[in-house]
Design a protein around this ligand. Structure first.
Ligand SMILES: C[S@@+](CC[C@H](N)C(=O)[O-])C[C@H]1O[C@@H](n2cnc3c(N)ncnc32)[C@H](O)[C@@H]1O
Length: 234
């Protein structure tokens, strides 16, 4: 059953690639523009990356931003249209980037090149760890891709804020495009994890938790997201 939900996530992102590119490039998602984009960029900058992997990179905005800072970036995503958009708009005056169409399942089974093994000092995933089993198997593969002392940084919906009306337990939830343009269709389901489940999952795959950040909306003081930072346990 959970495999069906994981498959629906991928189908939905294929369907919604074009509106997604527009939404990001036209700065339509207020929480991103007001809080979460800066939050993830400043968290990454504080780690001083040189070679970064962006898992579920979408249309590439985060790789583009880090490449402008001088970071060599590899962006991977399952949707070819998003990878094409990321590659086509990589800034010409920045460090060159590499983009590849890859599902999390493929990362888990070693699809990144030998060149990438042990290479990344930072691996980031920004609002892209949506599913269940493929996310877990992919996370288990990350330590082998990381340089010694490397970092994993994950930004996700804040679990407490995403659970105000429902019990605070792990499980599949129906998606919604509420607040997005009417061009979006077929909202992907998502696998909800509590904060303690995120920490347990990262620990279970051999990472050591280093920090949790909870950026807030300036007007309300409420959390806009959760950022989990972990290290390769060497
Ligand atoms: C909400 S978007 C975030 C994109 C980007 N990280 C950003 O910050 O704009 C989620 C992304 O995760 C990707 N994704 C979801 N499940 C995936 C999977 N199993 N394998 C690879 N990419 C996946 C989608 O294609 C989509 O681009």
């Amino acid at each position: 059953m959970s495999g069906d939900f994981d498959d629906r996530i991928i189908t939905s992102w294929h369907t919604n690639a074009a509106p997604w590119v527009r939404a990001i490039r036209q700065r339509e998602i207020v929480s991103r523009v007001d809080v979460t984009n800066d939050a993830i960029v400043s968290t990454l900058r504080s780690l001083r990356p040189t070679h970064l992997l962006d898992v579920g990179c979408g249309e590439g905005w985060l790789c583009h931003a880090m490449a402008r800072d001088g970071v060599s970036c590899v962006g991977v995503d399952v949707v070819p249209a998003l990878i094409d958009a990321a590659r086509a708009s990589h800034p010409v005056d920045a460090v060159p980037g590499t983009y590849a169409v890859l599902a999390y399942d493929a990362i888990a089974t070693g699809a990144l090149s030998d060149h990438d093994v042990g290479a990344f000092d930072v691996i980031v995933s920004n609002f892209a760890l949506i599913g269940e089993a493929p996310v877990e198997t992919m996370l288990a593969a990350l330590p082998a891709l990381m340089a010694p002392g490397g970092h994993v940084v994950i930004q996700t919906l804040h679990p407490v804020m995403a659970s105000l009306d429902v019990p605070y337990v792990d499980g599949w939830r129906e998606g919604s495009w509420t607040g997005f343009s009417s061009e979006f269709a077929d909202a992907p389901p998502w696998y909800f994890r509590t904060i303690s489940s995120w920490v347990a999952l990262l620990t279970q795959v051999g990472l050591t938790m280093r920090a949790l950040h909870e950026p807030v909306f300036p007007e309300t003081g409420r959390p806009a997201s959760l950022i989990l930072c972990a290290n390769r346990a060497d």
